[in-house]
Design a protein around this ligand. Structure first.
Ligand SMILES: Cc1cc2nc3c(=O)[nH]c(=O)nc-3n(C[C@H](O)[C@H](O)[C@H](O)COP(=O)(O)O)c2cc1C
Ligand code: SF4
Ligand code: SF4
Length: 364
């Protein structure tokens, strides 16, 4: 039988390992079929590693979902990607699934696959599949990690489905059904995807702090895929480029990284009760003089000014907080007023097992 593909190039964006794990399942299936494979994280990919690829190549991009979209640095990578032009491509994402009793429920992709697929299509690649995989959410800033038993059972379930998907793809089938099942909801959340991309991600980047457990081991700085943590005043400081992939927070060996919930609530309170009403009054005055009380002019101007001010406000608030955290008393107050510090607020780790299906106690 003639092989549809000779090679598989798989590039992933993964903070806490879900998308990397799914990519590895797909690569394993490709290797079982005798395909030559190369797998790499987007930030470590070297095109020279595919120089010995001969024949038909299938290229896959698998990524975490952030704010109903593909994370910015992976999108930027796709825009720059230019090797093996004209090849077949598939786009995949992992998203926050949940398990209720025996039911596996999906997360929501928004434009996390449609948009990258469009980018690659415009660049001259052929889209063969789009496929979402619903693994446990790693967004520990907003909820505690799932229990290990639930995580393993989700992994086992989705390893089987992913392998089946890979088999269909490699045998030449186009696979799109699952990616379009939630299309109406995906379209509904599209404005949120833009909101997250242009504002939300910058605010969330400014919510991470290191508590007094931090011993400056440097691991978070070394391993951040976007190099977004620097040492400032001898303590980790998060830059705007942080994409909240959650790697640092979930893998800090001292459990020293927290989300500063109390600071977030305080800043939001000041914004809503003082800053926004002040800006609204100022914009009303300006629009009255320059735009003859035009409602559209007011809405547009206020929208831009309010969200720019929000980002600037969080930046300033975070700088101040980082300075104040040098005082042990303040550090303790901030630490104990974040939910992430408490034991019940689990971190998210995927189980370390090569083949989760065979590793499962029931062998399912
Ligand atoms: C900042 C952030 C935003 C997220 N947004 C979404 C989302 O819009 N939809 C969704 O289903 N899951 C969302 N998630 C969950 C992750 O996409 C999901 O847990 C993914 O499997 C993580 O993959 P990784 O371990 O490869 O980084 C989000 C997680 C984070 C940290
Ligand atoms: S990994 Fe944890 S302990 Fe090490 S520098 Fe980062 S925050 Fe500090
Ligand atoms: S700073 Fe942490 S959360 Fe942000 S991108 Fe780097 S590893 Fe991910």
């Amino acid at each position: 039988m003639q092989k549809r593909y000779d090679n598989l190039l798989l590039i992933y964006y993964s903070g806490t390992g879900n998308s990397k794990q799914v990519s590895e399942w797909i690569v394993k299936e490709a290797q079982n079929r005798g395909m030559k494979t190369h797998i790499a994280s987007f930030h470590q990919f070297n095109p020279e590693n595919t120089a010995d690829f001969k024949g038909n190549t299938l290229i896959g991009f698998f990524s975490a979902t952030h704010g109903f979209n593909m994370p910015h640095s992976m999108l930027a990578f796709l825009v720059r990607f230019s090797i093996l032009k004209g090849s077949d491509v598939f786009i995949g994402n992992t998203r926050a699934g949940i398990k209720l009793s025996k039911l596996f429920l999906p997360g929501l992709s928004g434009i996390a696959m449609y948009f990258p697929a469009l980018i690659m299509l415009f660049k001259g690649y052929k889209i063969r599949a789009m496929y979402p995989v619903d693994l446990p959410s790693n967004w520990i800033s907003i909820h505690p990690g799932l229990r290990k038993k639930v995580i393993i059972s989700m992994m086992v379930h989705y390893e089987k489905l992913t392998t089946k998907f890979a088999a269909q793809l490699f045998s030449g089938k186009r696979v799109f059904l699952k990616s379009f099942l939630l299309l109406p909801l995906d379209l509904l959340v599209m404005p949120l995807a833009f909101g997250y991309y242009f504002v939300g991600r910058f605010i969330i980047a400014k919510t991470f702090i290191a508590n007094t457990n931090c011993n400056n081991c440097g691991l978070c700085m070394e391993q951040c895929p976007t190099r977004s943590i620097i040492l400032q005043d001898n303590r980790p400081y998060w830059k705007f480029t942080c994409e909240s992939c959650m790697k640092c927070m979930n893998y800090c060996p001292e459990r020293a990284i927290e989300t500063a919930h109390s600071m977030v609530f305080l800043l939001l309170f000041i914004l809503i009760t003082l800053v926004n009403p002040y800006l609204s009054a100022k914009m009303t005055e300006i629009v009255a003089v320059w735009f003859n009380h035009s409602q559209i002019a007011f809405e547009s101007l206020y929208f831009v000014v309010r969200w720019s001010a929000t980002i600037a406000f969080f930046f300033t608030g975070y700088k101040l907080l980082h300075y104040l955290m040098r005082f042990p008393g303040i550090n303790k107050i901030i630490t104990y007023t974040t939910l992430t510090t408490w034991k019940f607020w689990r971190r998210y780790r995927i189980p370390r097992a090569g083949n989760l299906v065979s590793a499962h106690p029931k062998g399912v």
